[in-house]
Design a protein around this ligand. Structure first.
Ligand code: GDD
Ligand code: MG
Length: 381
């Protein structure tokens, strides 16, 4: 079942999007989303759910991307799955609930990003393929990337953005015509701050050329080879909202940006606010919700608790006087009275005792019980 949004606090208007109007660009285009990664950097949350299905602003992350694809007028979506493959189909079904037609292609053994693209070939219907990494939150209209592809008559066009630290990404320099001159995946010595934003347009023939039935990295093998072979690979550069949601810091920030309307998502219907509380959640008087916090279904926030820029999953409980900042609180977690949770990830069902302090990148594994006062960074009680 596709989720619904409930109540935003202190409503405001969502950031406007840079909409393309020419929907005919979408004709003959299939969208392919790579969702087969293990999401290791988001463990322990990704032990029980694949990264694209983690709730962000109250919806599985992937639903925000699907709504963007739908808004661009693209009807047919193929999900390239591997890790926890069944979860996607259980939730999205045939896609009709979102006005899409969704197909699923499962890799028994992960085939890598390039292998994942090649593997969906039998399901493609059109001549043009728009590929997305399944963990990117973006404000770019896919039609704008498609338009660049048509204008340049390119073999492959990739969406590029500028970031502060390019070392964690694919670094992609271009010439003055926008033609890609190199593809350097996760280099320690990036020649430019321009990086691969994780969205590509491929012609169908280019997909056919990817080797079949073995793992292939699109970043480390396909793109470098295309460039060596002289294929026409172009960049579409813009300055729209962009964030890879692969780490806890980015995940909490991206979710908060969605809630506050800083990151646009058609799935939120233009709603935004300082916080988002779901149906069946209880917020005691005097509790303070801020910074784009999300409180999931059936979750409870106690009196005087302060929850700032956090993602509280369904059924979690934050007791009176606790402080939760920039953290992810897993399903059914219990944060005890006056505990402090800052920049931490708490796995499903864990119990954090009263007055405990969890800070600075702490990760608590599912079901772990920390007794009252059992973990602190100071000696005062
Ligand atoms: N089907 C399938 N099979 N999907 C996969 C596989 C696989 O074997 N491996 C990874 N994926 C999916 C992940 O689920 C994710 O949605 C996407 O491919 C990218 O994988 P990440 O693991 O998130 O890669 P990254 O963030 O380190 O780097 C990639 O994204 C950056 C932008 O966010 C690269 O494409 C970089 O070049 C890029 O800059
Ligand atoms: Mg990623």
């Amino acid at each position: 079942m596709v989720g619904q949004i409930f109540r935003f606090g202190a409503a405001s208007t969502a950031a406007s999007e840079n909409r393309e109007t020419d929907l005919s660009l979408a004709d003959g285009t299939d969208a392919v989303i790579l969702v087969g990664g293990k999401g290791t950097r988001l463990r322990p949350l990704t032990l029980s759910a694949p990264k694209p299905m983690l709730p962000t602003a109250g919806l599985p992350f992937l639903q925000h991307l699907l709504s963007r694809i739908k808004a661009a007028g693209i009807k047919h979506v193929v999900l390239g799955t591997s890790f926890k493959a069944e979860v996607f189909e259980e939730y999205f079904g045939d896609g009709s609930g979102l006005g899409l037609e969704i197909d699923y292609v499962m890799e028994d053994e992960p085939l890598g990003t390039g292998g994942g693209i090649r593997n969906v070939l039998p399901k493609l219907r059109g001549d043009t393929v728009l590929v997305f990494n399944g963990d990117v939150l973006g404000g770019t209209d896919p039609l704008a990337v498609l338009r660049t592809h048509r204008e340049k008559n390119a073999d492959v066009t990739m969406h590029l953005v500028r970031v502060g630290d390019p070392r964690a990404f694919g670094c992609v320099p271009t010439d003055e015509e926008g033609r890609v001159t190199a593809f350097l995946e996760k280099t320690q010595d990036p020649p430019t701050d321009q990086i691969n934003a994780g969205c590509y347009v491929f012609s169908r023939e280019m997909v056919e050329q990817i080797p079949a039935d073995r793992p292939v990295s699109v970043e480390r093998e396909v793109f470098p080879k295309l460039l060596t072979d002289g294929a026409k690979v172009y960049g579409h550069v813009d300055a729209a909202y962009w964030r890879d949601m692969g780490t806890p810091e980015d995940f909490v920030r991206g979710s908060a940006d969605l809630v506050r309307g800083i990151a646009p998502s058609p799935a939120l219907n233009g709603q935004s606010g300082e916080f988002l509380v779901h149906e069946g959640a209880g917020v005691a008087p005097g509790a303070l919700l801020m910074g784009g916090t999300v409180v999931g279904r059936g979750a409870e926030i106690g009196a005087g608790a302060r929850v700032d820029g956090a993602v509280v999953f369904d059924g979690a409980k934050v007791d009176a006087g606790a402080v939760v900042e920039r953290s992810i609180i897993g399903f059914g977690v219990h944060v005890g009275p006056r505990a402090l949770v800052r920049d931490a990830v708490i796995g499903d069902g864990a119990q954090i005792g009263a007055r405990c302090e969890l800070v600075g990148g702490a990760r608590v594994w599912p079901g772990v019980i920390i007794p009252d006062g059992g973990l602190r960074f100071s000696t005062d009680v």
